[in-house]
Design a protein around this ligand. Structure first.
Ligand SMILES: [Zn+2]
Length: 72
């Protein structure tokens, strides 16, 4: 199973704990290097949206809702 990583917030999703944890980008770089040498699914890193990314979604929606109608 590929690793889900958010480079924006430097967070990694752990399937075992079913949660996002802080994960330094240097370690992800090392895992990516490993994957190039040993292309195993466990070492594959895919860019994903973390919990903090998801939290930012409602804010955007709220902004859109707060936008006043122009009445036209
Ligand atoms: Zn994120």
């Amino acid at each position: 199973m590929a690793l889900q990583y958010c480079s924006k917030h430097q967070r990694l999703f752990t399937v075992r704990q079913n949660q996002w944890i802080a994960f330094p980008s240097e370690l992800i770089t090392r895992i990516k290097e490993l994957y190039q040498r040993f292309p195993l699914p466990e070492f594959e890193v895919i860019e994903a949206r973390c919990d903090q990314c998801e939290e930012s979604v409602p804010e955007t929606s709220r902004e859109q809702l707060d936008t006043p109608n122009h009445g036209e």
